[in-house]
Design a protein around this ligand. Structure first.
Ligand code: FAD
Length: 518
């Protein structure tokens, strides 16, 4: 081992890994100090569309095709999002169990012109899964069967409501893993992941769902079932229709089944946490990781010092930050996944040693077993949950050239400091994200619901991103949050085509109205 005394192996003995990254406690909204006002009140410019209002005849129809357990009229938990930013007033949440039931529900809703919102694990960040007015919620939680798994190809076919982490656990004994991992894995569902084209922590290694999804089963708004559950890796016969539904956020149809290509689970996994004095050093460590770790590099995440403080003070109070002592402005987490421990360790040793020698990193720890790997990951994965403890938080997922990350973080802080908002209402503005994908998350916690101030945040961050040729959404989607900015973000031809596709598939506009399309 060639490291100087600053670099040490992770050797704490007191880790108490909290197994489920995201407990479902966020459904108990009563525990919150404040509940966000209704979205329709916060956005008075939004007008309810020409949809029918739910009546007793509709309820009678649903009770003919569904069991009482599948019909919920106590809808509060399903009308509010994880970050407590969006609230709807749906009077009905239904839980189909089969694709035929989804088909009957959508056919009926289309005939009656009842608007609907598809909902999976309700961990979405842009308000896409929450009704704006009284849309009926169709929740996929009870569609949770893994239909088949082929241990030769690694191809799995599963219902839309299977929870991401449960799918991963189910294929683990066969030596496979899902090509997607995110902090909400204990609650988010496959259908929600596909519909948001979720990115997450290992996108730089496995690519996004446009590549990993081989086929989809989708129920169209008029109830037609499109069975596209192909498990072919190569199929160039005509338009690749499934791609339309990946990232469509439930505006074109309801995903009911997913065919996913899963990679082999790595035999050797290593995780290191590094402390750095500047974002330039984060960037240098990233460039060196791509060069020196190359095919085994599976994640490169970063976060700022304020994020550590918040996680420590809110969720991980009983744990010791592995690099306690000198405060560093930036931290990075590097993960490698390979097939030979000695080969991977040799590469990682050389990489870390060089970073230390060149003074790129000031300090670092290397996990020694899976418990420590999970513990290191927590400091990154708990950030979104920690910032929500104040009651609510605004969250942004912009993408851009990574050189711009520090400038954006600084500009946002300076701008809101000059307005007297830092240290008062918004005590934390955090920067963290997926360096490997050029995806920066900026989050601000709030202690109240001042719509004007929220809009100021949106305006500043989105305009800054557009000016610097970035994307307003790297992975969370448009939902209701960014819909007003689509006009600035897409050109008129792109928007026209999107509208044409929407009106072709959803003539009556019942699928997740008010979202995505301006
Ligand atoms: P929901 O929130 O229920 O729905 C999301 C959208 O998809 C909505 O528009 C909804 O209408 C639509 N939808 C849901 N199911 C269907 C269906 N069956 N058919 C059609 N439309 C459907 N996201 C990332 O990409 N990367 C991250 O690293 C990441 N980290 C997160 C960490 C935390 C702590 C939290 C709370 C969220 C995070 N997210 C992240 C956001 C979120 O987890 C993802 O967007 C996830 O894919 C949403 O899945 P879900 O099942 O919860 O979907």
């Amino acid at each position: 081992m060639k490291y100087s005394h600053h670099f040490f192996f992770f050797s704490f003995r007191t880790f108490s890994y909290l197994a489920n990254m995201l407990s479902r406690r966020f459904y108990s909204t009563t525990a919150r100090k404040l509940i966000t006002p209704l979205t329709s009140v916060k956005h008075p410019s939004l007008q309810r569309g020409p949809y029918k209002k739910l009546d007793t005849k509709d309820l009678e129809y649903f009770s003919q095709i569904l069991s009482p357990q599948q019909i919920v009229t106590e809808t509060e938990p399903y009308n509010i999002d994880f970050f407590n930013l969006y609230r709807g007033s749906s009077k009905l949440c239904i839980f189909p169990t089969t694709v035929q039931q989804v088909s009957s529900i959508l056919k009926y809703c289309n005939d009656q012109r009842l608007a609907v919102v598809p909902q999976g694990g309700n961990t979405g960040v842009s308000g896409g899964a929450i009704p704006v007015f009284d849309e009926i919620i169709i929740n996929t939680s009870k569609m949770n069967k893994i239909r088949s798994f082929d241990p030769v190809s690694g191809i799995v076919i599963a219902d839309a409501g299977v929870i991401l982490e449960e799918l991963d656990q189910a294929i683990e004994p066969h030596g496979f893993t899902v090509p997607l991992d995110l902090g909400a894995k204990g609650s988010c569902q496959l259908g929600g992941n596909v519909s948001t084209n979720a990115g997450g922590l290992r996108l730089m290694r496995f690519g996004n769902l446009h590549g990993n999804v081989l086929g989809l089963e989708v129920v169209l708004p008029d109830g037609t079932i499109m069975d596209g559950l192909s498990s072919l890796r190569k199929d160039n016969t005509g338009y690749d229709l499934k791609q339309l539904f990946i990232g469509a956020e439930g505006t074109l149809g309801m995903v009911t089944g997913v065919c996913l290509l899963t990679p082999k689970r790595a035999k050797s996994i290593n995780v290191a946490m590094l402390a750095m004095d500047s974002f330039d050093q984060v960037q240098s460590a990233f460039v060196a990781a791509k060069r020196d770790l190359c095919e085994i590099l599976s994640a490169f995440e970063f976060w700022d010092h304020d994020s550590v403080e918040l996680v420590q003070n809110t969720i991980l109070q009983d744990q010791i930050f592995p690099m306690k002592g000198k405060i560093s402005p930036f931290y990075a987490l590097i993960e490698t996944q390979g097939s030979r421990e000695d080969h991977d360790m040799e590469k990682l040793d050389q990489y870390l040693g060089q970073l230390m020698e060149k003074g790129v990193i000031q300090n670092g720890v290397l996990a020694q077993d899976t418990t420590q790997i999970k513990s290191l990951w927590q400091w990154r994965e708990k950030i979104p949950e920690a910032i929500t403890v104040s009651g609510t938080a605004m969250t942004y997922d912009v993408s851009m050239n990574i050189r711009l990350f520090p400038q954006m973080m600084q500009d946002v802080k300076t701008h809101f400091e000059s307005k007297g908002l830092l240290g008062s209402r918004y005590t934390n503005i955090l920067g963290f994200g997926h360096v490997g994908d050029g995806n920066l998350h900026i989050m601000a916690n709030m202690h109240g619901f001042d719509q004007k101030e929220q809009e100021e945040f949106d305006d500043y961050i989105f305009n800054w991103t557009i000016k610097h040729k970035g994307s307003l959404s790297a992975e969370h989607g448009v939902g209701i949050h960014k819909v007003d900015y689509m006009i600035k973000s897409k050109n008129p031809i792109q928007l026209q085509l999107m509208h044409k596709i929407k009106s072709t598939l959803d003539k009556k506009g019942i699928m997740n109205p008010y979202k995505v399309l301006p």
